[in-house]
Design a binder for this molecule. Sequence first.
Ligand code: NDP
Length: 264
Amino acid sequence: MIDAYELGVIGDPIEHSLSPSIHHQFGQQTNIELAYKTYHVKKQELENFIQAFFNNDGHGLNVTLPHKLECLHFADIVSKEADEIGAANTLWVNDQKKIVAETTDGYGFIHDCDLKNIQIENKNILITGAGGAAQSIIPAIAQKKPKNLIITNRTKEKIIPILDKFAAYSLCSLEDFDKEIDLFINATSAGHLNSFAWDERNDLLTSNTVFYDLSYGRSARAFLKWSFQFSRNSFDGTGMLISQAAHSFNHWFKIMPNINKINI
Ligand code: NDP
């Protein structure tokens, strides 16, 4: 009998991750026997953990906060997308026993927008937030050719290196923009403290604006409530979470699971 494929997610903290539930459902759906566990890994343990996991026949890992950037140092091969963003959320070992690092957050976001019929091409897209999640979706959005891609953040200085890093994508700051926003993306972690406030340019938001929070569940409630003053076209990041997981699963097993059948 073949042992279950060993999978897991590493982070600090990690206890509340929904990834085990999602991947076990993917496994049932595709008849792949897998054991997907959460691993509480501290920064100083990261290298040893990754090496030991794959040396002991581990099949694949997801990586979450705060290790998405650091894990690149312990991969032998970094995908073009992960290298550009400077972060990865999916690791596996290839046929040559090399550890590969990939990011699936951008794919997950775009895939979910496609499913929800959220238009990006030729639209004005605003991202608020300048952390890892914001940066991980910028290249994927830019590839869909928005009319304008605008970024803003509570701490304004953090935008400058991001404008520089993604200069090829004609990203601009909110100070340089004065038109209606078609898609407003919340990539802040404010919702984890059950709050969201944004009043930088409310005049650019209308009943046609679509609102999307990368946070999900309870953490998205404050943003969704805030967005309802403008429109009811509001979504949380549950769909992105499931889609990015599906893309990770596809890297590990070369099978794209059905994301419509997931209960979380
Ligand atoms: P980071 O810690 O890297 O960045 C946090 C960002 O939020 C910073 O820009 C920070 O601004 C801003 N911020 C924090 N608190 C506030 C506040 N009270 N008001 C305004 N801005 C605030 O986090 P990530 O980028 O990794 O994650 C952001 C969110 O995206 C999280 O909620 C995470 O759960 C979600 N996410 C969802 C995914 C999905 O699949 N759906 C995937 C990845 C992330 P400042 O620079 O001023 O500190």
